[in-house]
Design a protein. Structure first.
Length: 369
């Protein structure tokens, strides 16, 4: 038996297999133009990035799904979330490569794609599902049969893409649900969700916080009214500030169909973490919330950049898969928000010196054994 000589770079990366995968439907790369090979290659690179995003999101989801999440584990999940953000930022740059395709050059092979579509990227659908996009929130796909039907083989049979997405739909909780569970369990003013006084202490904290917010709002209102140019302008400003305060109160009193008390506690936990983010044991929770915002922002920018790339290369043609093309992509960038409450909390933040004092700050301090 020959001695183990170790591996090689090309064997470790399976390079011969990898470099043979750009042959298109002809199966012979020599029959393709440079432009078509570029198009195939860039989209394959995207799918590899998506694979890493799914792994990172799954790791984060699994950690937050635990009944108890140790503080020391949060640094690892923040690292994963920020890695995903970086991947998305890098992926955005790849659209510049696609934009080197001239419109007429792309049209030479575009009809080969029909009725294929980027919408059929199972991994992109997995990312959306894993993040927490609800099926009811989906923008209708071009086909009247819906987005899952678009993942079937042309003869109607199940495809690997459909199997992937179906498995992801069954794999619960989503990252959003896991984060919400973690927030629900977050102690507020030192009282956990299962403490006998939890409900009372939650209400006391919210009353203090809303009162502080109202004080800040009143000061802003008075300043704005002093600068109003007319009585009509002053009336408009009063209405705006009144509506803002009403929205804040409504945010903390969601209806039962919106999640009721449970959602109120989750929202309160976000506000508590953001308001007292300088307390030692809230340092990593605040980093988690920041990382989630950064990740979703990167994803939204990815969607918007995708739409502009498509518009630049092919204008507003109907998509090869039967969608409205750029209009559909623009709608996903506008409407697909996963962590809406976390974005809304930015509206509720007040100056540190105006925030009410936490009831038990020592609970969130470092503890010696």
């Amino acid at each position: 038996m020959a001695a183990n000589q170790g591996t090689t770079y090309w064997d470790y990366l399976k390079l011969e297999d990898l470099l043979s995968l750009q042959a298109g439907i002809e199966g012979d790369e020599s029959l393709l133009s440079d432009d078509e090979v570029l198009f195939i290659t860039v989209h394959q690179v995207y799918e590899l990035w998506f694979k890493l995003v799914i792994r990172g999101l799954s790791t984060a989801r699994d950690l937050f799904s635990a009944e108890t999440v140790a503080e020391q584990e949060l640094s690892g999940v923040v690292e994963r979330l920020r890695r995903i953000r970086t991947i998305l930022r890098v992926a955005v740059q790849h659209f510049e490569v696609v934009e080197t395709l001239g419109t007429r050059d792309y049209l030479r092979f575009r009809t080969k794609l029909m009725p294929a579509s980027g919408f059929q990227s199972a991994q992109m659908r997995q990312i959306e599902i894993l993040l927490g996009l609800e099926e009811s929130e989906r923008i209708p796909y071009g086909s009247a049969q819906g987005h899952l039907a678009a993942l079937r083989n042309r003869d109607g049979s199940e495809s690997p893409a459909l199997e992937r997405v179906a498995a992801q739909l069954a794999d619960v909780p989503t990252l959003k649900q896991a984060i919400e569970g973690w927030l629900f369990r977050t102690p507020i003013d030192g009282y956990g969700h299962d403490h006998p006084e939890a409900d009372t202490k939650l209400r006391e904290f919210l009353d203090r916080f809303v009162a502080a917010y109202e004080g800040e709002l009143d000061a802003s209102r008075e300043r704005a009214l002093a600068l109003a140019e007319s009585a009509a302008d002053a009336a408009r400003l009063r209405d705006m500030y009144d509506q803002e305060l009403a929205n804040v109160r409504r945010f903390f009193e969601p209806a039962e169909e919106e999640g009721g008390f449970r959602r109120a506690r989750e929202r309160a936990a976000m506000v508590f973490i953001e308001t007292y983010r300088d307390l030692p044991l809230l340092a990593w929770p605040r980093e988690v919330l920041d990382a989630l915002i950064e990740l979703e922002q990167a994803f939204l920018i990815f969607r918007q950049r995708h739409a502009r790339m498509v518009e630049r290369v092919i204008g507003r043609r109907t998509g090869t898969g039967g969608t409205s093309g750029v209009e559909y992509l623009d709608q996903t960038a506008l409407r697909y928000r996963i962590f809406g409450d976390l974005w809304a909390v930015r509206t509720l933040m007040i100056r540190p010196e105006a925030a009410p004092a936490p009831e038990r700050p020592e609970f969130y301090g470092f503890r010696s054994l």
